[in-house]
Ligand binder design. Structure first.
Ligand code: CDP
Length: 250
């Protein structure tokens, strides 16, 4: 965002660099329950993003002074692997990952029935293995599936997607170049069943009309993503009973 523009992001046919239409998502695939040691997990690919989410808990929260006697604390940790971006990412937390971890924790706490688990922690680890714009949305989407896979009591999942503005047009789900050279990026997350917005950020500038268009695009896409999330869970739970591998180490 805000970088000097040195490339066209939309061609004469009205298509984007990767051939997408304005309201088209990158391809999303989600597989639930692929880590044996975690209570719940999900692996998600979204365009060129590759994301692993693992959930542990609810379990007793340590240190004890961090416990909340009235509810569980959802602790999300977003981490970018060193090899996930073109310039090696310095390992460990930085401002950006601390911010994303916080907004993820706040969003996910909206859906988990935290009152049922006082003094507990629900830990959510998200590892970005390959990053190519939109990783916070990918992280929330994957984490929600991992929470459901863990069987943690929750009201719904959260689906997340960004929209934005490139070459003067409002479009869905910015890719890497669009993110770098576009005019605005608006990550959104919702609880699909209620429509409640649990994440809304804006990098760049939009008019009110553009903002409304961007919200509509992102919210519609969240419902599409929600279907993919539910399919991943259905697939997981329609095959696991037949699978000896899953039963072996119980
Ligand atoms: O990933 P997301 O769009 O949620 O967050 P961002 O801060 O807008 O980052 C956009 C993209 O910049 C990331 O998805 C990465 O592809 C890239 N990035 C990077 O190359 N190196 C970093 N240290 C951080 C981000």
């Amino acid at each position: 965002m805000g970088m000097d523009k040195d490339m066209d992001l939309i061609d004469e046919d009205g298509l984007r660099l990767d051939g997408r239409k304005f309201d088209e998502l990158r391809e999303i695939n989600i597989e639930a329950g692929i880590l044996k040691r975690a209570d719940g997990s999900a692996y998600l690919t979204w365009g060129k993003n590759k994301v692993m989410a693992a959930v542990y808990g609810p379990r007793e929260l340590h240190p004890r002074h961090a416990q909340d006697p009235s509810k569980a604390v959802v602790q999300a940790r977003y981490n970018m692997a060193s090899f996930s971006v073109p310039d090696r990412k310095r390992p460990g937390p930085d401002r950006r990952s601390v911010e994303i971890s916080k907004l993820m924790s706040e969003a996910l706490e909206e859906i988990v029935f935290v009152e049922q688990f006082p003094r507990s922690a629900v830990d959510v680890f998200v590892e970005i293995l390959e990053a190519s714009a939109g990783t916070r949305c990918a992280a929330i989407t994957a984490a929600s599936v991992a929470l459901a896979d863990a069987g943690i009591p929750m009201s719904d999942m959260i689906a997340s997607c960004a929209s934005g503005k490139i070459d003067g047009h409002v479009v869905l789900d910015l890719g890497k170049n669009e993110d770098n050279f576009g005019e605005a990026d608006v990550p959104v997350a919702i609880v699909p069943r209620t429509g409640k917005i649990t994440l809304l950020q804006m990098d760049g500038n939009l008019t009110i009309e553009e903002y409304e268009e961007a919200m509509e695009l992102a919210i519609n896409a969240c419902h599409e993503i929600y279907d993919i999330q539910r399919e991943a869970l259905k697939k997981r739970y329609s095959t696991s009973i037949d699978s000896y591998e899953d039963l072996e180490e119980v």
